[in-house]
Design a protein around this ligand. Structure first.
Ligand SMILES: N[C@@H](CCC(=O)N[C@@H](CS)C(=O)NCC(=O)O)C(=O)O
Length: 356
């Protein structure tokens, strides 16, 4: 891939905020593979006019990554698109090889952490902590909208705190699984015989790395170094490898920080990262048949895994749709890519209404 129309690598811009554990997945990847990028830092709560006004993007999650004029949503698609980049052999890909058991393990760890609910469980621990963020009414209202899609906030701290003990039990199971299976033979990284951390480590570590950074989240008696020595040593090794102890990624000279207007200029002034126009709206896909979708149909796309999607749908002309992704072009001339998994696409009700 990486078929910029100019032939050179188009600029990469990461929209994120440093506290986001999902954003860390991308920051680590870029760091481990030595890919320079520009970051555009975002507030922790909406509105985010750098995205909504300047790029016409309604998606309300963090992170987003643009490569040229293509903007990718969801870390799973972002990571797979970064894997696609053709870089010199000194910057090898980080994924397990196609067709291997190792790739199955990497994929299953991603499902465990994201769809399997490990991340959500970790988030429930926040409510037992004495964290100033959780006393901020604006933050609570924002996340209630995120979780319920605008229904009356039902985010009572006491209700959420009651989930903490269950969350701890699930996180302990996860540590136990890693300690007694993949890490049990004393290997350095999640995949056997690998000399450096890869995508499997990013998938396996990001939730643990996050909870470990929250003071008081993991009670010592249950999560001590004695209970899970291999797990915590591996987490520390990973942190070192991504430069968090010795060389913070922000200081390695490969990251530039820009404001929203500069990021917009970089994106709208760039070529495409990939030629999605050449790709089909694949008629073999059931969703294409179901909705009668064609190239140019005005559609809306949104994530289905929380209420937030209801109010934050991206609208644009359908450019391509296949088993991997949906690509639309919005009215700012940006191509928004979403994975098929976890996202819904349908003809836009706005377009249907305006054609009546
Ligand atoms: N499945 C998404 C999840 C992203 C996500 O939930 N990000 C959190 C931040 S860590 C978020 O967007 N929270 C709501 C917000 O920041 O507005 C992905 O893999 O990118």
């Amino acid at each position: 891939m990486s078929s910029s129309t100019s032939g050179s690598q188009p600029p990469i811009v990461l929209y994120h905020y440093p506290f986001s554990p999902y954003a860390k997945r991308i920051v680590w990847y870029l760091h481990l593979r030595g890919i320079p990028y520009t970051q555009c830092l975002q507030p922790m709560i909406i509105p985010r006019p750098d995205l909504s006004s300047l790029l016409g993007i309604k998606y309300r999650r963090i992170p987003l990554l643009s490569i040229g004029r293509d903007v990718y949503l969801d870390t799973r698609l972002i990571l797979s698109k970064l894997e696609d980049l053709d870089l010199p052999s000194s910057q090898p890909k980080l994924s397990a090889a196609p067709g291997t058991d190792a790739l199955a393990l990497q994929t299953l760890l991603s499902h465990y952490s994201i769809d399997g609910g490990l991340f959500s469980r970790a988030a429930q621990l926040l409510f037992s902590l004495d964290n100033p963020l959780l006393r901020d009414p604006k933050f609570l209202a924002d996340r209630a909208e995120f979780a319920t899609g605008g229904a009356p906030p039902k985010f009572a701290r006491e209700d959420m705190a009651a989930l903490g003990p269950e969350a701890l039990a699930d996180l302990r199971d996860y540590c136990q699984m890693l300690e007694t299976t993949v890490l049990a033979d004393g290997r350095e990284w999640i995949l056997k015989d690998t000399k450096t951390p890869g995508l499997a480590d990013i998938e396996a570590v990001f939730v643990l790395h996050w909870v470990k950074s929250l003071p008081g989240a993991l009670p010592k008696e249950q999560f001590s170094e004695d209970k899970f020595p291999r797990v915590w040593k591996w987490v520390a090794r990973f942190q070192e490898a991504v430069g968090e102890t010795t060389k913070p990624p922000q200081k390695d000279g490969k990251i530039t920080t820009v404001k929203g207007d500069k990021a917009q200029e970089m994106i709208l002034g760039a070529g495409w990262n990939e030629d999605s126009e050449k790709k089909e709206v694949d008629a073999a896909e059931a969703i294409v048949h179901f909705h009668g979708l064609e190239k140019g149909t005005v559609v809306e796309v949104w994530p289905t895994d929380s209420g937030s999607g209801q109010a934050h749908r991206d609208v644009g002309k359908l450019v391509s749709l296949d088993a991997r992704e949906v690509v639309i072009e919005n009215d700012k001339g940006v191509r928004v890519h979403t994975p098929r998994h976890g996202f819904r696409v349908k003809p836009s009700s706005q377009a249907v209404a305006s054609s009546l």
